[in-house]
Ligand binder design. Structure first.
Ligand SMILES: [Zn+2]
Length: 114
């Protein structure tokens, strides 16, 4: 008499996953050429520093990855010194719209456990 014990909810598979569509609009698309252009531009900082007499063997502590890194190519963002690798990664994420500031980038790195 009671339909309770045999009641099952119909499965609905028609709904698109919400999170996926939301993030797809938030993250910008970059072409491989744009990515290459960012990397190439960041590489210029290294060449510039070397041309200005910074020794390729000199190293400095990076505020982002917290490791001693080659001094040539360091970039200062809001009082933080970023090695060229970190700066390149930051610029690419910023171009993608994933981060807005160097502080936000550091927080994102720390929360991922590096
Ligand atoms: Zn670094």
């Amino acid at each position: 008499m009671s339909a309770r014990s045999s009641h099952t909810w119909p499965r609905c598979s028609a709904r698109p996953p919400r999170a996926a569509t939301a993030s797809a609009t938030a993250v910008k698309r970059l072409t491989p050429e744009q990515l290459h252009a960012i990397s190439a531009a960041m590489r210029l900082f290294v060449e510039d520093d070397l041309a200005n007499g910074i020794s390729p063997r000199a190293s400095q502590r990076c505020d982002i990855c917290e490791s001693p890194r080659p001094m040539a190519g360091f970039i200062r963002y809001d009082g933080r010194l970023a090695c060229n690798d970190c700066a390149t990664d930051y610029e690419i994420r910023r171009a993608f719209g994933q981060v807005r500031s160097i502080g936000g980038y550091v927080l994102q790195l720390r929360s991922r456990g590096k």
